[in-house]
Design a protein around this ligand. Structure first.
Ligand SMILES: Cc1cc2nc3c(=O)[nH]c(=O)nc-3n(C[C@H](O)[C@H](O)[C@H](O)COP(=O)(O)OP(=O)(O)OC[C@H]3O[C@@H](n4cnc5c(N)ncnc54)[C@H](O)[C@@H]3O)c2cc1C
Length: 265
């Protein structure tokens, strides 16, 4: 990101002047938009953050959640993702808050006494030359908050609409409709047979609604690729321990009691 391209201006360089259309925009969800993004996960908000810099394109982003994700889901942020955040001008904030995964330790059963584990290796985490940025750990909820902040500071002041479940997607293929896609939205607090529903029309709809995408099935598409059926658990713990590598990412294998991956925060 570059600042002061046309000379110094007072004020916060991270916050763009709002576009005049923002003041004229009625409050609430519009009836028609150029682009409707369904889903406020990483995919939806990365796209929304990009679209927010184009005031001439009317974008709306919705999610069926009550509000922003607060905890949970991903923590590991690949260095390529940090590069993408750099393009938004958000990398320094991310790097300031995150745990840097500079190295990984491996613990395996001690060959001389397999009832105990022993450090078997300590390696650099990211391949040399892969990226100027490290691999980091920060909660997905924070990553999404950075993207929403970016949207709020953009010329469009784009903000998500929560509590709206996209249930149907209909496409007018006549070629004559200005907004050919109609999406039915169930208002989540009123999800009952008589509950409140509304529609929004769009030129383009982007389904960023996760792995079980309703948008995908609504347009008659099927998942292409492999599905895995694996069970694994994640625990968020404050460990009271004398394990020497507790502050380092560790892959720990035991002889017969399973495996643990420690991801420090
Ligand atoms: C426990 C766990 C740990 C993980 N750890 C990592 C990790 O360390 N690193 C990593 O890179 N990845 C990790 N992942 C994977 C990562 O979370 C996903 O890849 C990522 O969230 C996918 O982003 P997405 O935007 O495609 O979908 P999602 O995050 O699933 O977002 C989809 C959004 O769409 C909304 N939505 C769905 N249907 C509708 C509808 N019909 N109408 C309106 N809104 C709808 C949902 O409410 C949701 O907010 C982890 C996942 C889990 C569950």
């Amino acid at each position: 990101m570059q600042f002061y391209l046309n000379g110094y201006r007072p004020g916060d360089p991270f916050s763009a002047d709002s576009h005049p259309s923002v003041a004229e925009r009625p409050a609430g969800l519009p009836e028609c938009v150029d682009v409707l993004i369904i889903g406020c996960g990483p995919a939806g908000l990365v796209l929304a953050a990009q679209m927010s810099t184009f005031p001439d394109i009317r974008t709306a982003v919705i999610d069926r959640r009550d509000g922003p994700l607060e905890v949970g889901q991903a923590d590991g942020v690949a260095c390529r993702t940090v590069e993408m955040f750099e393009a938004f001008g958000l990398a320094s904030r991310l790097l300031g808050e995150a745990y840097w995964v500079n190295e990984v330790c491996f613990w395996r059963p001690d060959p001389e006494n397999r009832t105990k584990i022993k450090r078997a290796g300590r390696i650099q985490d990211t391949e040399e030359g892969l990226s100027e940025f490290p691999h980091v750990i920060v909660n997905q909820a924070r990553m999404l908050a950075y993207l929403r902040d970016h949207m709020e500071r953009s010329p469009t002041r784009l903000a998500p609409f929560y509590g709206l479940h996209a249930s149907e997607v209909e496409v007018d293929t006549s070629g004559s409709a200005e907004y050919p896609v109609t999406v039915t939205l169930q208002h989540v607090h009123e999800l009952s047979p008589t509950g409140k529903a509304s529609t929004i029309r769009a030129r383009y709809v982007v389904g960023c609604d996760g792995s079980r995408s309703r948008t995908r099935s609504a347009i008659g598409r099927e998942l292409v690729g492999d599905v895995t059926n694996e069970s694994w658990g994640v625990m968020d713990v404050l460990a009271v321990t004398d394990f020497p590598d507790i502050r380092v990412k560790c892959a720990i294998s035991s002889a017969n009691q399973g495996n643990v991956l420690i991801i420090p925060r």
